[in-house]
Write a protein that binds this ligand. Sequence first.
Ligand SMILES: Nc1nc2c(c(=O)[nH]1)N[C@H]1C(S)=C(S)[C@@H](COP(=O)(O)OP(=O)(O)OC[C@H]3O[C@@H](n4cnc5c(=O)[nH]c(N)nc54)[C@H](O)[C@@H]3O)O[C@H]1N2
Ligand SMILES: Nc1nc2c(c(=O)[nH]1)N[C@H]1C(S)=C(S)[C@@H](COP(=O)(O)OP(=O)(O)OC[C@H]3O[C@@H](n4cnc5c(=O)[nH]c(N)nc54)[C@H](O)[C@@H]3O)O[C@H]1N2
Ligand code: SF4
Ligand SMILES: [Mo]
Length: 719
Amino acid sequence: MLQSDRAEAAEAAAVIETQCPFCSVQCKMTVTEGGKGIPGQRRAEYKVEGVPNAASEGRVCVKGMHAHQHAVHSQRLTHPFIRSNGELVPCSWDEAFAVARQHLQGISEQHGPDANAVYGGGSLTNETAYLLGKFARVALGTRYIDYNGRFCMSAAASAGSKTFGIDRGLTFRLADIPLARCIVLAGTNIAECQPTLLPYFNQAKENGAKIIVIDPRKTATAAMADMHLPIRPGTDTILADAMLKIIMDEGFIDETFIQARTNGYDELSVYLNSLDLSQAADICGLELEQIREAALAYGEADTGMVLTARGVEQQTDGHLAVRHFLNLVLATGKIGREGCGYGAITGQGNGQGGREHGQKADQLPGYRSIESEKDRAYVASVWGVEAATLPGKGVSAYEMMELIHQGVIKSLFVMGSNPIVSNPNAGLVEEGLNKLDFLMVADMFMSETARMADLVLPVTSYMENEGTLTNLEGRVLLREAGRQAPGEARHDWMILCSMADMLGKGHYFRFHEPEEIFNELRLASKGGIADYYGISYDRLRREKGVYWPCPSPEEAGVGLLFQQSFAHPDGKALFSIMEGDPWKGVSEEYPLILTNGRVLSHYLTGVQTRRSPSLLARELENFVEIHPITAQRYRIRDGEWVEAQSEHGCFTVRARIKDQIREDTLFVPMHWGGVQNVNHATRPDLDPFCKMPGFKTSAVRIRPLHQKVYRENDSYTER
Ligand SMILES: Nc1nc2c(c(=O)[nH]1)N[C@H]1C(S)=C(S)[C@@H](COP(=O)(O)OP(=O)(O)OC[C@H]3O[C@@H](n4cnc5c(=O)[nH]c(N)nc54)[C@H](O)[C@@H]3O)O[C@H]1N2
Ligand SMILES: Nc1nc2c(c(=O)[nH]1)N[C@H]1C(S)=C(S)[C@@H](COP(=O)(O)OP(=O)(O)OC[C@H]3O[C@@H](n4cnc5c(=O)[nH]c(N)nc54)[C@H](O)[C@@H]3O)O[C@H]1N2
Ligand code: SF4
Ligand SMILES: [Mo]
């Protein structure tokens, strides 16, 4: 490089300190922008480096490495779009706000405030998530708000709340993982979904820990485990019961802990006594010996952890499945001390904070309840409104889609989600969204949902928008802004303030900086379960992150929970004595189990990662993972197009033949929309406790597409 080039490059270089926009680890990093000095043709070059912090310890995975590619992508939306003569055309912000007001007010006057609904997301900062909840309740006055975290954390969150009296993803510090002597990873694929956490588990292994992976596939995570239990999807509750019965029979129960710190064990042991272990193993599609070996490894170990994620939780009995694993944790007294605990591995970047401050249908900030008179009165006093004006509880995300389909909800405002791709039963969702009088979407890109909208509002990305996010450990982190918004894109929180203003409620939304919103959130959460009162931007800058609960500025947050007591009023944890309901939905017509999930290089519905050329190149299109014997049975060859059909709908993807999956199970990633969208075939059944859809188990049949061609066209010859 010429010296003049180097000088110009150095001059143009800008170092942005940021954190990854994707998963819940929230790895800290720097993005250094440099330019090649050809006048008029400056080509930016980016260097990404991990920054040491308590969670990621300086590591960054392939998604984080290439995240900036979507943020600087030429398809970023730089001005609002409005639908005119069927087309989305550019418009000004003034015009956008005027049209939004006209529709939102018109619909409210004609059908009542509940005809307007709001749909948020777990990528939003705490400040935006908090403001979105306030916007729905105060500016729109609607009961209908929910968010994509319903599909993500609701089973684990409700199970944690019921069992412990508090829902914080990890009950321990990440740094405690190497101290565990046995780790059960149930339905979690850390190697692909939180890759920068893997070294913690490797460290545990080096310290002598046994790692047990429960997953119908031999994933990259299973490959590092000592034991892999290839469970039949949808049967985790019964597996957890079987493990506990074995532990009980072998005398590894911690009687002292049970006596002093829990309720409900006697009833549980009566139920477990009646459990037939061979029958349980049959239901799970596992050898009883395998279950025994896993149970004893956990039971015998002095310290141990159980972690679950969506494989166990995205089930119609997901709430109970988590609670049955928690039975195992409580009965062996492996919680509240170093090297022990339970972890629900949170999904999205702010999947933890996003579920604490009021985006949920039944929730007010600080994990307060919208149905409690005391909580309503407190939050109303912070907001300066009458408690009686706050609406009541709404319904869950998918139930909102049903109300849209039924014509009860007339307008939807989506901020931070792509619901047409990520909801189950995508066919019904698309029909519903098409029926809306008004669909407004705030996004960085023309997502599949934005393309259907009447109004699209351009927002800023992680590199441009400041705010706090709470990682999977419950550690609140400050993400500073390092880049100007492109074009006329605006921050989510600013859009909410302007929109509230235009609805005549601007005096409740006078914020000039995210920090001002955070300070109101601190107050609104004060004394609540998720208490952020002691956390400030100053502290976050100084301490590089603070755990909640943190009730006062003088206190450090709590990393290792439940050392003395649980969060229920009597200080005790609660066993679950309700029997689970293992899924058995396959039939002659739909003989295979369709499960689904993630691959390393894409994120959720792929709107962001498909705009990263380096990530897209790793996986260009969707696929179905299928066992060789199953493929042979259905005459499917590797790489060919396959149609999967359930009673709800069908999708088309390429076959990927692999013997690392059960013969009775198919696995399809969730990252693609359109005809490749696995959610055309997923079912709308919801868990009765938490309204989580049973994403991970649908009954399907499959066929190679060439057979259709063969039937329709006699001249077809085998390729
Ligand atoms: N690369 C990548 N990382 C991500 C994301 C992403 O989209 N891409 N998304 C983030 C988000 S929002 C989330 S929620 C997390 C999700 O993180 P995970 O829950 O770990 O991811 P999934 O792939 O959905 O499911 C995990 C595993 O569950 C298995 N499984 C399926 N059915 C069953 C079952 O019935 N029982 C058991 N025991 N296992 C089963 C699947 O085979 C899969 O390997 O990842 C986060 N990280
Ligand atoms: N079949 C099946 N379906 C699933 C799952 C599964 O495992 N299987 N997993 C479920 C889970 S766990 C999840 S979390 C959901 C997620 O599904 P979605 O909610 O659809 O999540 P994303 O694809 O992340 O969509 C986020 C959208 O918001 C935009 N966005 C990103 N950041 C911001 C921001 O800061 N502000 C605004 N306004 N927009 C932003 C992105 O560009 C993108 O268009 O999918 C669920 N659906
Ligand atoms: S995707 Fe997750 S693990 Fe990878 S860099 Fe981002 S936050 Fe870290
Ligand atoms: Mo998620």
